[in-house]
Design a protein around this ligand. Structure first.
Ligand code: FAD
Length: 395
């Protein structure tokens, strides 16, 4: 009999955890594992708000894949997936084709614009190392341009669409960065405006109201203007038009208001809601037993009948179960059900400030910020052990 081929698409939180677990559990020659990713590095998405605002270096938000996996055990292919063909058990890459017996799809999320005109064209997104490099340079460039055209106050107006976790974390960093940019470029800080616009009736919808209140207070004190329960109707090259008729002139709009699964998943014919596929209790698609979907491309319904929000935490846990089930399948052993163990969430609000619920306990301020650091370090430890903690960890 031939050795089964496992192909993992995407080296994000889900894909990396799957690969690391397979590398540990599989015996010699029990399976051929191939990991495919667009870049030769893994990015620490949960850290991207910092390099996006320029409060940290993008280098600290990425790890070379060759440093994470054992290339004697796992073949790494740096390539872009262009099509998934589950009927033929094939994946089409930009520069080749892979056949598989088992497929793991961990291609992550994409920005969802809900059809709001202009967002796709004119807004920036916090999604990858490349996209945060662009945001960081763009912000600095606005300051430089303002010095040449001082009548253009819109260069100093920054709009963040969406007050979910990403929007809140980014705006916290941005508010920390602005005073430094003002100094660097000799700009009067009172000329800078930062807006956070959210369509839902509250910031951080679904989160503890007392902590939301605290977060908004911290950010307001740092100079952020919130417009809650206000939808963005349109984004233009000159700014945003709001549902209440107001126009905010701005040359920087960062959209964090929506997330969807990777379009390749829909294009492959899987039944999806905004690119997210409802998987069975073992994380397999209902159409193909040999196809697992994890992370932001998957949809798991909680006990209240609502989908869990896509997070790094759930993607990692799915990776662990997915690897277990792949090994079990190969060995003809029973599969294990996936159960999400929610350890909590922490959102940073800039330097030294955060809010969170950890193991059911509410945290805010310095304690929450410390917790955020510990979560980041724990992640580095899980994927790369002590050496990675020492290389990329921020203490
Ligand atoms: P990802 O981690 O997104 O990885 C997908 C991988 O697939 C990437 O490496 C990508 O390059 C690759 N890829 C995509 N398309 C292709 C293709 N066509 N071909 C080849 N490769 C491809 N979650 C938390 O739990 N806690 C947090 O504090 C938190 N903070 C966040 C802050 C920000 C700014 C953002 C944007 C997200 C945050 N999240 C957080 C959410 C979390 O990052 C995601 O839920 C998580 O990354 C999903 O993991 P994944 O494995 O599905 O995909």
């Amino acid at each position: 009999s031939t050795v089964p081929r496992i192909v993992i698409l995407g080296a994000g939180y889900g894909g990396v955890l799957t690969a690391l677990r397979l590398q540990k559990e599989l015996n010699y020659n029990e399976a051929n594992v191939t990991l495919v990713n667009k870049h030769d590095y893994h990015y620490i998405t949960t850290h991207l708000h910092m390099p996006a605002a320029g409060t940290d270096d993008p280098e600290n938000a990425r790890v070379s894949i060759s440093k994470l996996i054992d290339e004697f055990k796992i073949d790494f292919v740096k390539s872009t997936v262009v099509q998934i063909k589950p009927q033929e058990r094939k994946v089409i890459l930009e520069d080749g084709t892979l056949s598989y017996d088992y497929l793991v799809i961990g291609l992550g999320g994409e920005s969802e614009t809900f059809g709001i005109p202009g967002l796709q064209e004119y807004a920036l997104n916090i999604r990858s190392i490349n996209s945060v490099r662009l945001i960081r340079e763009h912000i600095e460039y606005q300051f430089a341009k303002f010095k040449r055209e001082p009548e253009r106050k819109d260069y100093l107006t920054f709009v963040v669409g969406g007050a979910g976790f990403t929007g809140i974390e980014f705006i916290g960093e941005l508010a920390d960065r602005i005073p430094k940019l003002c100094k660097e470029f000799d700009v009067d800080p009172s000329l800078v405006k930062i807006y956070n616009i959210e369509a839902a009736p509250t910031a951080l919808p679904g989160f503890d109201p007392e902590l939301v209140e605290y977060a908004m207070q911290v950010l307001t004190n740092k100079g952020v203007t919130f417009k809650i329960a206000t939808a963005i109707k349109e984004c233009t090259p000159d700014g945003v038009v709001l549902a209440d008729g107001e126009t905010i002139r701005s040359s920087t709009v960062v959209w964090t208001g929506g997330i969807r699964g990777n379009r390749l998943v829909e294009q492959a014919g899987f039944e999806a809601m905004r690119g997210r596929v409802k998987v069975d209790e073992f994380l397999r698609t209902t159409q193909f037993e040999n196809v697992y979907i994890i992370g932001d491309c998957s949809l798991i319904i909680n006990d209240q009948g609502r989908p869990y929000p896509p997070t790094a935490q759930i993607a990692m846990q799915q990776g662990v179960t997915c690897a277990y089930n792949l090994v079990a399948s190969i060995r003809n052993q029973p599969l294990r059900e996936f159960k999400f163990d929610n350890k909590g969430v922490v959102a940073s609000l800039g330097k030294g400030e955060a809010i969170g619920i950890v193991f059911g306990k509410k945290l805010k301020g310095g304690m929450a910020a410390l917790m955020k650091k510990l979560i980041d370090l724990r992640y580095l430890y899980i994927i790369g052990g002590i050496p990675l903690v020492l290389r990329k960890g921020k203490f």
